[in-house]
Structure formats: structure tokens, C-alpha cells
Design a binder for this molecule. Structure first.
Ligand code: CP
Ligand code: NVA
Length: 323
């Protein structure tokens, strides 16, 4: 394979100026705790930029001497690797800080950690439990803070999902999306995405597992029902996620019982639009929220979805660090 040419000197400057124009500069520190933190047009620009970076990775703006801190209080494969690889490919550095190995694990307040860490690194991505912990960190941070998943939201996942739909089917605007299963963090980011990217979202979940009611109130893009077969009718995208998220492992048995009948499988996909795609943020539990056979089909675009985490996170980092 021919190696990609290194871009430097005047050509790099030209590309950097073009990208800075693309991502409007601003003086305030920009946070990405939920999709609602960024203007709609900027979210669209990030996805477009991710498409360009996927096609031509060499276009990424160098982040030389820029450092990303990754504070993770929960496990991760995709998110961590996508961020670390993104920074490495953009000539920056990343620093993984597992809570147990840092003073956070011994009770140092999150506000003090934010003050210290943000004097040293250029950006911080945090994966944690209570969303409020992220907000408290962001309130004391001098640098952009990215939500790498909280109990309430997973906005980075949505950037990748939107890119994946666009890659296979074009714009998602005007389409119907069916969310089958738990009204969890990923589902709640789908609610925000419905407004930002202009699609209709139908959520089908068992009673007691709905998303936050404040996210549904006066929301004419989202409907809630109990029957997966009704939710997927005419849907061009069907999405699900695990029935027990990180931190809910002890509820697994009860949840498996409550979610019986909410599995996404070939039979359910038959009821969706003929060109429907299936997505899952992964990791997947085969035989629970999704059948094993579905994951191996071509309409299950889960591997592209996982890869696109890296492209969208690169575009997001370019955007947040373009000051
Ligand atoms: N989808 C996702 O966030 O995966 P990880 O938990 O592996 O990061
Ligand atoms: N809802 C899942 C997503 C994992 C990427 C969880 O929070 O564990």
C-alpha cells in the first residue's frame, strides 16, 4: 500500500485555515456534554467533516503539542481507542487516567481535579456515572470537556451513528428512526439528535424503562409506545442497546424478564422499511437485545458505526480545539 503523503509547510497551513473557517472560531470554552451544547449547524459540520476525514485522513488538522486527558470511571473499548487513535493520528497526545489509579479514586473532589487537570491538558473527555459529575467538572475546567458517556447521555455515539446513516443512505433528515429497548443514555441522546438532525424518533420500551420525562415533554419529534412492531413500521433505521447498562449489572435478571419481546431480530426488521439499517453502539449481547443472526447481516452496519467513532471524534476534537 502506498503511504499517505505527509502534509506540512504551506499546504498544512492552507488546510488548517480552511478547517478553521469551517469550524467557526470562538473565544468561550466549548463543552460537549450533550448534543444540545453545540449549535445545530456545527453538529452538521462535524459530521460532514468526519465524512471528509474518513475519505482523506491526511486532512486532519495536526494537534501538535495538544494533549487530551481521558478520565474514565467505567470500562470502554471503542471510545477510548477512538480518542487515543484520533489524537495519535493528529500528532497530539492522550493521557488515560483510570479513576482507581488517580486521587479521584481516593476522594479528591471533582472540582479540584478539574482545576488541576485543565491547567495541563488542552481537552478532557470523561466517562462517568452521574451526569452531574461531568457538569461539575466542566464548571471548573479551563478547557473543553467532552462527555465520553454518562448515565444520561452518550453524544459522541450519536455523531458516529448519524455519519453511518449518511454514509449508507444519505441525509437522515425526514426519516423515521425506531429505538427498541431501554430508554437509556444512548436513547436519550437519540432524542436530542432527532431535533438536531431532523428525524422522527419512535421509542418502544417496556413500562418503567422510559427515557426521562422532561426530554419527552412538548417534543413533537418523539413518540413513545410499547409495541416494537408498530415502532419499526416504515423506519429506515432500527436501533437498540443492551438491556442493562454499565452500573446496572445487578438488575440483569429482572431486566431480561422485563425486556422479553423487545429483541431486534430478522423478523422485526422485516416490518421496517425495505432499506432499513440496523445499528447498535456495542458491546452487544447476542440472544438478548439483538439476535446473533442479525449482527452478521449486511443491513447491520455496526462495524462501520464503530469505526466512525474515530472519524467523528477527530472532527469533534478539531472543532473544540480550533481556538
Ligand atoms: N459504544 C461505546 O461507547 O463503546 P465502548 O463502551 O467500548 O467505548
Ligand atoms: N448503554 C450502554 C452503552 C455502552 C456503550 C451503557 O451505558 O453501558
Amino acid at each position: 500500500m502506498t503511504p499517505l503523503p505527509r502534509i506540512c509547510g504551506r499546504e498544512r497551513l492552507r488546510l488548517e485555515s480552511a478547517a478553521c473557517f469551517f469550524f467557526r472560531k470562538g473565544s468561550a470554552v466549548r463543552q460537549f456534554l450533550t448534543l444540545n451544547d453545540l449549535p445545530r449547524q456545527d453538529l452538521h459540520a462535524i459530521v460532514q467533516r468526519a465524512m471528509a476525514l474518513k475519505a482523506q485522513p491526511e486532512l486532519a488538522i495536526g494537534q501538535r503539542r495538544k494533549t487530551l486527558g481521558l478520565i474514565f470511571e467505567k470500562a470502554s473499548t471503542r471510545t477510548r481507542i477512538a480518542f487515543e487513535t484520533a489524537m495519535a493520528q493528529m500528532d497530539g497526545a492522550s493521557l488515560f487516567i483510570a479513576t482507581g489509579d488517580s486521587q479521584l479514586g481516593r476522594g479528591e473532589p471533582i472540582e479540584d481535579t478539574a482545576r488541576v487537570v485543565s491547567r495541563m491538558v488542552d481537552c478532557v473527555a470523561i466517562r462517568t456515572f452521574d451526569h452531574e459529575r461531568l457538569e461539575r467538572f466542566a464548571a471548573f475546567s479551563r478547557v473543553p470537556v467532552i462527555n465520553a458517556l454518562s448515565n444520561d447521555f452518550h453524544p459522541c455515539q450519536l455523531l458516529a451513528d448519524i455519519q453511518t446513516f449518511q454514509q449508507h443512505r444519505g441525509s437522515i433528515a425526514g426519516s423515521t428512526v425506531a429505538w427498541i429497548g431501554d430508554g437509556n443514555n444512548v436513547c436519550q441522546s437519540y432524542i436530542n439528535a432527532a431535533a438536531a438532525f431532523d428525524f422522527e424518533l419512535r421509542i418502544s420500551c417496556p413500562q418503567g424503562f422510559e427515557p426521562r420525562s422532561d426530554l419527552l415533554a412538548n417534543n413533537n419529534r418523539v413518540t413513545l409506545g410499547r409495541k416494537p412492531a408498530e415502532a419499526v413500521r416504515d423506519a429506515r433505521l432500527v436501533v437498540t442497546d443492551v438491556w442493562a447498562s454499565m452500573g446496572q449489572e445487578t438488575e440483569s435478571t429482572d431486566r431480561n424478564r422485563a425486556f422479553a419481546g423487545f429483541q431486534v431480530n430478522g423478523e422485526l426488521m422485516e416490518k421496517a422499511a425495505p432499506d432499513a439499517l440496523f445499528m447498535h453502539c456495542l458491546p452487544a449481547h447476542r440472544g438478548e437485545e439483538v439476535s446473533a443472526e442479525l449482527l452478521d447481516r449486511e443491513d447491520a452496519v455496526i462495524w462501520d458505526e464503530a469505526e466512525n467513532r474515530m472519524h467523528t471524534q477527530k472532527a469533534l476534537l478539531e472543532y473544540l480545539l480550533a481556538v
